[in-house]
Write a protein that binds this ligand. Structure first.
Ligand code: SF4
Length: 442
């Protein structure tokens, strides 16, 4: 049985591609090995939408090269966004790599790797046409059995000026509702308790399909045809969230009181240059509308500092906004000037050290706000999905509340009571830290 070792980089959407490749290869008679030394094929599924991700991908590829240098019978294969972005130009840069496969090559992974190890003739860079996964593809979860993400679309039709994703992942392609429900029913049978719906822009779901196909009809079908207790909405676009979605969130406990909704900034001038379809006033209205409809909701957002032309005034406006509107979770990134992005040649590029200073300022402010916000849970009993033993000590269990998404938000440390991974328990919160909560099972 040929063996492979897979390293998956980047976002949750790329992880789904890795899990499909994992499932297809295992179905195709390949064995996944945890130790790269034991692998015939070293497979790196890359991210490549910003320079730091490109650098990380190259670092990992060079690390995998060292195994091939020790044992020249091994093959090194690179897939994903780095390949889709830079295509055959990588062949000269990374000579030790035997095969490059673009993002759309997921479905062909078995045939391409079989050809490689059999020594059959094939192009070194493979860029198949557009691919959209569906429930018929084998998929092996790399997350704990009780939680998973389902990618409901591929690509994006928005044209944010800093973003390379549309040029890497292509136009928006939505999966059909029947197909998504089929995959969810399979995941439910496998024990999934928490299901995160993901996309580049979740609110754009179905825009490329018929009028009846959109996020609301999808959620209504999921609620009717599965019993998955926790459904989490990730990557929403602010101006795409309508009253009907909020009404459904208010009336359906299984759709968690949580939204991951990247704002990117709040300054109207910066948002305009980013080609985001909303301004400062729209964001204020949006937050009031959301908190009015779902008072207990936790809002996660992403902010980007250092966009060309960003002034000290814009950053101060962002600070004032965060102090006043107190978002539960905020990720802060520095703008990177990407070759090929619409903003590449924008004037007034912000110096790197100033970007870093601004990013640290916002992160420090948000840490203070997060610690204050978490106080509101002390004394409350909230539902928590148990992940298992704490990463800090075996004396504590660790889980996440409905207000905390996997891998990006804080957790709940459980110091009293017992439960198994995947159990949803009620925890009375006794203490709040900067990002984490502490309490006992009731
Ligand atoms: S919504 Fe904007 S930032 Fe997000 S993937 Fe699409 S173009 Fe990129």
């Amino acid at each position: 049985m040929p063996t492979f070792h897979l390293v998956s980089l980047g976002c949750a959407k790329n992880l789904v591609d890795s899990e499909v490749m994992l499932g297809l290869l295992q179905e195709g008679g390949w064995e996944m090995v945890a130790d790269p030394e034991q692998a015939n094929v070293l497979l790196v599924n890359t991210c490549g939408f910003i320079q730091p991700a490109v650098e990380e991908a190259i670092e990992v590829i060079l690390e995998m090269e060292t195994y091939k240098k020790i044992d020249s019978s091994k093959f090194l294969v690179v897939t994903g966004c780095l390949v889709q972005r830079y295509k055959a130009s990588l062949e000269d840069e990374l000579k030790e790599v035997d095969l490059f496969i673009g993002t759309e090559g997921v479905a062909k992974i078995v045939q391409l790797l079989d050809c490689l190890v059999e020594g059959a003739e094939q192009e070194k860079t493979q860029l198949p046409d557009r691919f959209l996964m569906d429930a018929s593809y084998a998929r092996t979860l790399s997350t704990p059995f009780f939680r998973s993400s389902v990618k409901i679309t591929e690509g994006c039709n928005n044209r944010c000026t800093y973003c390379m994703i549309p040029s890497i992942r292509g136009e928006l392609r939505s999966r059909g509702i029947d197909d998504i429900v089929l995959e969810l029913q399979r995941l439910e049978k496998d024990g999934v308790q928490e299901l995160s719906l993901i996309a580049q822009d979740l609110t754009a779901y179905g825009n490329d399909l018929d009028k009846e196909t959109h996020l609301l009809t999808l959620l209504t079908r999921i609620l009717a045809q599965t019993a998955i207790p926790w459904i989490r909405l990730m990557y929403l676009y602010p101006s795409g969230v309508g009253d009907d979605l909020l009404a459904l969130m208010q009336s359906e406990d299984r759709i968690l009181p949580y939204m991951d909704i990247p704002f990117q900034h709040v300054s109207a001038a910066v948002l305009k240059r980013m080609h985001r379809r909303y301004g400062y006033a729209d964001l204020l209205q949006f937050i009031e509308k959301v908190r009015g409809a779902v008072p207990d909701i936790a809002l996660r957002s992403t902010m980007m500092v250092g966009f060309p032309g960003e002034t000290e005034g814009d950053v101060r406006q962002l600070e004032e906004f965060l102090r006043e509107y107190r978002l539960d979770h905020v990720g802060v990134f520095s703008y990177t000037n990407e070759e090929g992005a619409l903003s590449e040649f924008y004037e007034n590029q912000v110096p790197e050290e100033l970007k870093e200073e601004r990013r640290n300022r916002i992160l420090t402010l948000q840490a203070e706000i997060s610690e204050q916000i978490l106080q509101k849970y002390v004394g409350r009993t909230i539902p928590v999905l148990v992940e298992g033993l704490s990463r800090e000590t075996d004396l504590l269990l660790e889980g996440r509340s409905v207000y905390q998404a996997p891998d990006i938000d804080g957790c709940v440390l459980i110091n009293d009571g017992n439960a198994n991974p995947g159990d949803i328990v009620q925890v009375q919160i006794t203490e709040a830290q900067i990002y984490d909560l502490l309490g006992g099972i009731v």
